[in-house]
Ligand binder design. Sequence first.
Ligand SMILES: *Cc1c(COP(=O)(O)O)cnc(C)c1O
Length: 374
Amino acid sequence: MSLVSRDPVLLTPGPLTTSLQTKNAMLRDWGSWDAAFNAVTAKIRKQLLDIVNGHETHVCVPMQGSGTFSVEAAFNTLVPRDGHVLVLINGAYGKRMAKLVSMMGRKVTIFETPEHVPTTSQDVERLLSSDTTITHVGLIHCETSTGILNPLQEIADVVKLHGKSLIIDAMSSFGALEIDAKKVAFDAVIAASGKCIEGPPGMGFVLARKSVLERCEGNSLSLSLDLYDQWTYMEKTTQWRFTPPTHIVLAFQEALNQFFAEGGQRARLARYTKNYETLMAGMNELGLKQFLDPGIQAPIIVTIHAPDSERYSFKDFYNRVRDKGFILYPGKLTQAETFRVGCIGAIGVAEIRQAINAMRDALTEIGINEAIAA
Ligand SMILES: *Cc1c(COP(=O)(O)O)cnc(C)c1O
């Protein structure tokens, strides 16, 4: 039994550990019609466009629900009913994207590489040249299943060259890795409150090219996931179309203020990179190996090979680490026994060091000797 009475540190890629100020922002009730609440919504929409330098070209449309609701709303609205989407897959979120696009009746072509192989711009060049009926390309920026980083800039350049539309699931990278609308040509970037901005989960948002979204009336096959309707209603009334997650919106606002106070994307990337480097030094001491080549690993979430021991089971390891105050994430691979550790959230190297110690102690308890530092 654990004697830990404080909240565990979440080493998971959303929900993640939030700051006390962010949690405190959820302690008040807000009327969704009230001008004060609508001013918060407006400020969030502006701040999110600031992050991608997108005020001249793009608009921000917040959406209720987890991140997937926003991904679905984006494809469902931005892709015409006779559109044809190429989905680039190297993990579970790419598969999910292909599934939701096809469930909404749009034509889908998939291109899948193994989970440790990024999609390249040459792949995309070849695919777009060989099938000119493709109208849209769906890309996962950082595929959270492993933490692999796909080359956004290069792929965006090729998609632009072919005059196609790029829709980016930047859920686990937004705010940590640079995405600049002036450099990367995209029609939509999708992310959510509970990832690298470090808010609680419960709302997502789409940064959509205004000239494209303006032409999307009537595309949606869903009432609640109609991004066009959500946008025009919000523009007209300043309000959310249906009940907003008021407490989440306030906490997300607080998290965004802290994001800018910390120094924005660069500062956040620097902190996560330190977390990642500290974690890898610790894993190295414990004799645990990283699944991905470090050259394609984003400092967001790391996939680690499980110890090569008959005594190991993730459940036992997880429970022991949790009882010491840290929540790990199971692996999502079919080909190898792994677990994952998030580097994101309102945590720094102190928490990462403590987590390494918790993992070391757990392995010692289980009796996995090879993993213990000499
Ligand atoms: C978290 C995440 C999502 C959204 O998942 P939800 O469970 O709906 O919040 C989508 N794509 C990626 C890459 C993610 O990391």
